[in-house]
Design a protein around this ligand. Structure first.
Ligand SMILES: Cc1cc2nc3c(=O)[nH]c(=O)nc-3n(C[C@H](O)[C@H](O)[C@H](O)COP(=O)(O)O)c2cc1C
Length: 356
């Protein structure tokens, strides 16, 4: 942390200078076309947030293989059609003035469910005979209401690692400058880490060190497919918020190992491993863990109710190095510009200057 740092100070990660520390949090739009490629919706949605002054646009969770999607409307980065669509999206974000980034994901036991607004907002399983697929997970323990997943074999694991390598290469070919691996919210990486979802007795299960092995291999696979001069972020829970689940002490140990394995910044987003996870609705609830993670020697960002302008200065740089803003930026693409409103003519796009 440098003296004089504010939420609007640039942050350089490897060779990528990010113009400020207020970033769009990844949020699934469930609006991909039938090939899993971005659509006009994505261009308009992400383009508006780029014009809205966030330093980095982190495109929603994008699957690294068809059977690792959450729904049939997820974006993917495993075919050439998808790469072409992402190339247009990443170029638009960059030309409008933000850093194009994409979150890569493997859904694990939360895979193959319906689109949220199709079933009154509840997550419902879509079985193979209705167009879904069989989910893979560390252990055959279902997420409430979803399909019982298949326990991943060694061959499945090797394939997932190859999927990650390919997706990292594709993200680079598409023009993204930053990638994030989704390792939180109860998806595959998180399921390997947590003792509640990983009951394996092979080399990928057991004590904390052993449960960390496959997640570390996932990070290494991405690093192999991603240029050394580009940053790799990792979204992790700060804790499971469930009795018997991962603690902050576990997670700071994981963060330190991930930092040593080539992760440049840990992005905190807690909970959602199972419906039993406590829901916390306090402002800055993830950012408050920031100092504990910084002590593990990593740069830290956090999402979670950074939704009032005054909270930005409370979070950066005191608690975290950057913030990710989610729902506030769904409600208002110009949220960041309004938060910075003291100097409208310097920060708003010049196309809009006559509004001031
Ligand atoms: C509609 C929606 C979709 C989301 N999709 C993702 C996602 O693709 N990947 C992810 O890591 N988090 C996802 N999240 C979580 C957000 O990125 C963010 O962490 C969360 O909303 C808390 O931040 P907020 O209080 O600023 O909204 C999603 C949240 C919402 C509301």
């Amino acid at each position: 942390m440098t003296t004089g740092t504010t939420p609007w100070t640039a942050l350089r990660l490897r060779e990528v200078p990010i113009p400020n520390r207020v970033w769009l949090s990844p949020m699934c739009q469930y609006s991909a076309d039938e090939s899993g490629a971005p659509t006009d919706w994505h261009l308009a949605h992400y383009g508006a947030r780029a014009a809205g002054g966030v330093g980095m646009v982190l495109v929603e969770c994008t699957a690294v293989a068809a059977d690792l999607r959450t729904t049939t409307a997820d974006l993917g980065l495993y075919t050439e059609d998808q790469v072409r669509g992402h190339r247009r999206l990443a170029a638009a974000i960059k030309s409008i003035g933000s850093i194009p980034a994409v979150q890569l994901g493997a859904a694990g036991r939360k895979s193959s469910h319906g689109i949220p607004w199709d079933n009154a907002g509840t997550r419902h399983a879509v079985p193979p005979h209705e167009g879904g697929w069989q989910p893979l997970a560390p252990s055959p323990i279902p997420f409430a209401g979803l399909t019982v997943p298949t326990e991943m074999s060694t061959e499945d694991g090797t394939r997932v690692l190859e999927d990650l390598r390919r997706a990292a290469r594709n993200a680079h070919r598409a023009g993204y400058e930053v990638i994030e691996l989704h390792g939180a919210n109860g998806y595959l990486l998180h399921e390997f880490l947590s003792p509640l979802t990983n009951h394996r007795t092979d080399e990928w299960g057991g004590d904390r060190q052993r449960r960390m092995r496959f997640p570390l291999q996932m990070v290494q696979a991405l690093r192999e497919g991603w240029p050394q001069d580009r940053p790799l972020l990792l979204r992790l829970p700060a804790e499971d918020l469930i009795e018997g689940g991962l603690t902050t002490e576990d997670m700071t140990a994981v963060a330190a190992r991930m930092g040593a394995a080539g992760v440049d910044l840990i992005d905190l987003s807690s909970g959602a491993l199972s419906p039993d996870a406590r829901r916390v609705a306090e402002p800055l609830h993830n950012a408050r863990y920031g100092p504990a993670f910084r002590a593990a020697g990593v740069l830290v960002a956090a999402s979670g109710l950074v939704s009032e302008a005054g909270r930005l200065d409370e979070a950066v740089p005191g608690l975290v190095d950057a913030v990710l803003v989610g729902r506030a930026l769904l409600r208002d693409p110009y949220w960041a510009l309004r938060a910075r409103n003291a100097e409208p003519l310097e920060s708003w796009p010049k196309q809009y200057h006559r509004a001031f």
